[in-house]
Design a protein around this ligand. Sequence first.
Ligand SMILES: [Zn+2]
Length: 428
Amino acid sequence: MCAVAPCGAGKTIMTAWMARGTALSGRRAIFMVHRQELIEQTSSTFTAMGIRHGLIAAGAAKEYDLPVQIASVQTLIHRLPQVEPPDLLICDECHHIVANTYRKIIDQFASSYVLGVTATPERIGGQGLGEIFESLVLGPTAADLIAAGNLTPYDYYAPPSKFDPAAAHVRFGEYVKNDLIHQMDDADVIGDIVKNYQNLAGDRRAICYCINRAHSEHVAASFRAAGIPAAHVDGETHRAVRARTIEEFRAGKLRILCNAELFGEGFDVPAMEAVILARPTASLTLYIQQSMRPLRPDPNNPAKRAVIIDHVGNVFRHGMPDEEREWSLETKKRKPRAMAIKICPACYTAVSSTARVCPCGHIFAAAPEERTFTEKDGTLMKIEEIKRKKRQEVGSARSVADLTEIAIKRGYSLRWVSRMADLKRLRG
Ligand SMILES: [Zn+2]
C-alpha cells in the first residue's frame, strides 16, 4: 500500500503511531528511511512519542529484540539475514525505493505488510511506483491542509527568470546539471536572487535550493556581501557544524541557508518561512518536495504566511505547489502543458491566468493570454516573443479603426482603444 499525503501532513507521526500499535499488539515493525541523516531525526520523533526502538544503522548498537526498529535502507540491505522479518514494514519517502533494493528486502520479508508513504508517489524521473505497490491511498490534499490550518498559506512569486529550458538537456526526466550551471551560476542571476529576496521576502528565514555545492556557496557569499547572514550546508558538512548552522538559522542569526538537495526531503529545518528556488527542475516530485517545505505552521506565529520565490520558472512547468494532481501508480506520459498561470507585473505574484485582480491590488488590463506561457515541443516559448509580436501589431496600427480591429480580435475593451489612440496620438 502506498499512502499519499502532502509534506507537512505529519506522515512520520501517523506511521510512528502505527508502529507503536503494532508493537503493543505483540508484533514487530520496521520504519525504513532512505538516508542515514534521517535516522537521528526519526529516532527523536519516536522517542518524543514514547516509542522505544532500536536502530539498524551504521554505528548504532544492535537492539534487534526490540519490536520497533528504525532502519536505514543501506544498512538493512546488508544485514537482512540478521533481522527478524517484521509484521509491518514502513517505507518513508517511498518514491526513493529502488526496485532492486526493494526486491531483496521483500524476498527476505515475504510475509510483511508493506506501507509506503510519500507526498509525491512518483520517482524524481517521473516513473510510477506500480512495480512496488499494489494500491494507492490518497490522504488530504495540500489545499485541504491549508484550509484546515495544518499548513500555512503562501505567496508565490516568479520574477522574470533568466533560465531558458530550451537550452538545457533533459536526461532521465531531469535537466543535465552542467547545462543548469552554465545558465544559472552567474553573478547577475545570483544578484537578482539577493535583490528579489530583499524586495519580496521581508526578513523571512529562507532555504535556497541551488544546483550544486559551488553554486550554493556562490549564492551564500552574495547574500553575505549584501549584509544578509547566509550559510551553505550540505550532506558532507560535519554533523556538529551542520547542527550548529541549523540552530543559528532557527534562532534567526542566519537568514538564508543555501544547499543543494540536502533539505529537499524529510530533513526538517524548523522555522523555515520562505524558499528560494534557484535550481530549475523538470521533476514534479522534486518541485513539490522543495516548494512545500516552508508551509509548516509556526506555533509562535499564528499569522505566518510563507513565501516562495521561483527564479527558474518551475511554476510554469509544474503549476502551483498545492494544485490538485491526479496521482497513479502507473508511469504517466505527461504531455508538456502550459500551466494556466500568469505573473503580476507589479509584484511578481503568480496567479491563475483567469484572475482579474492580483492580491496586491494590481488590475490585469491585458487579455490573459498575453501573460501566460505556451509550451511547444516540450520547451517553453517565452511569452516575451508573443508580447513583442503583439506590440509590433499595435505599433503599426495607423488609425483608430486599426486599433479597434486589434481590440476586437483580442477581446480588449474600447477603453483600451481610446487609451492606445491617445498614446499614439491617433484621431478619427
Ligand atoms: Zn500583484
